[in-house]
Ligand binder design. Structure first.
Ligand code: FAD
Length: 259
């Protein structure tokens, strides 16, 4: 049955949260994946929050890794560099949301804004969350899928796998050194899995090559494509869609970060 992809905008929302828990899910070299649970700073902050799509994401502004408050401007609006993170799970009734944050760098010298905060900020540290701005919801059952992602896309890939179900067939291309089981990424048996070695000098290059080498679908309307990684993945992924006769509006192709 052909699938459909519906893009649905949501009204703007700003929510005040606090860091309640952190769990190191997996370590790969000097990098780690840390799950942070953010809870409502005030009861009702998460009222109306939904994120039904596999790749639905929020923008988060955090304070410093030592737990300083989020800076605000004269009107009280949060200022600072926001980072975009996939919604892993949430409960409005219980007032929490989970995000899985890729942390670069060894303990004590973590890089990045949200990475260092996720690794080190004291429990109770504040965060401001904006969005989701909208949702991309896949309905129906695609005949086959191509899911391609780097480390930063693993949370979204995991959500898509959960939504697509155990009987899905197709290709799973992952450029990662992480232990997938530790991250809860369990590919169904019908997926042909390629684990590609990341090259820090050419992030997402292996993904782009593997994606470009895949055969064209028998029926372009039956192939759902998710391809997200470093920005340089976008052009080759779009070119593959064109070659395969797949409308970009029926796929999810995005640069999740820029080298
Ligand atoms: C729609 C969307 C969903 C996303 N979902 C997630 C998610 O669920 N989890 C997640 O961790 N990230 C996700 N990202 C990426 C995220 O926005 C940040 O880029 C990431 O969290 C790094 O932020 P930072 O502040 O820790 O590091 P930054 O300050 O952005 O970067 C610090 C250093 O690390 C390098 N770097 C950043 N990202 C990577 C990477 N992936 N691989 C190698 N080097 C890198 C930078 O080039 C820089 O040198 C998503 C992005 C988008 C657009």
């Amino acid at each position: 049955m052909p699938y459909s992809l519906a893009r649905q905008p949501f009204p703007p929302a700003v929510r005040h949260l606090r860091l309640a828990e952190r769990t190191v899910l997996a370590v790969a070299g000097a990098d780690s994946y840390v799950r942070v649970r953010l809870v409502e700073a005030r009861p009702g902050e998460l009222a109306g929050f939904i994120a039904p799509g596999g790749g639905d994401h929020v923008r988060v502004i955090v304070g410093t890794p030592v737990g300083a408050p989020v800076a605000v401007d004269g009107s009280g609006a949060p200022i600072g560099e926001a980072r975009t993170e996939t919604v892993v799970d949430h409960s409005v009734a219980e007032g929490w949301i989970d995000l899985d944050v890729l942390v670069h760098g060894a303990t004590g010298s973590e890089a990045g804004v949200i990475g260092a905060w996720a690794a080190r900020a004291p429990l109770g540290s504040p965060a401001v969350m904006m969005g989701p701005k909208g949702s991309v919801v896949l309905s129906g059952a695609p005949g086959e899928v191509v899911l391609a992602g780097d480390d930063s896309a693993l949370p979204a890939v995991r959500r898509y796998l959960g939504m697509l179900g155990a009987s899905i067939t197709g290709h799973l291309l992952l450029e990662t050194r992480f232990d997938l089981a530790a991250l809860g990424v369990v590919p169904p048996v019908g997926l042909r899995v390629s684990i590609l070695n990341p090259d820090p000098q050419r992030p997402s290059a292996a993904l782009a090559e593997a994606l470009s080498a895949l055969p064209a679908p028998t029926d372009p309307l039956e192939r759902f494509v998710f391809a997200c990684g470093e920005q340089s993945l976008v052009a080759p992924a779009r070119a593959a869609l064109t070659r395969w006769g797949i409308d970009i509006e029926r796929a999810v192709v995005k640069g999740y970060w820029k080298r």
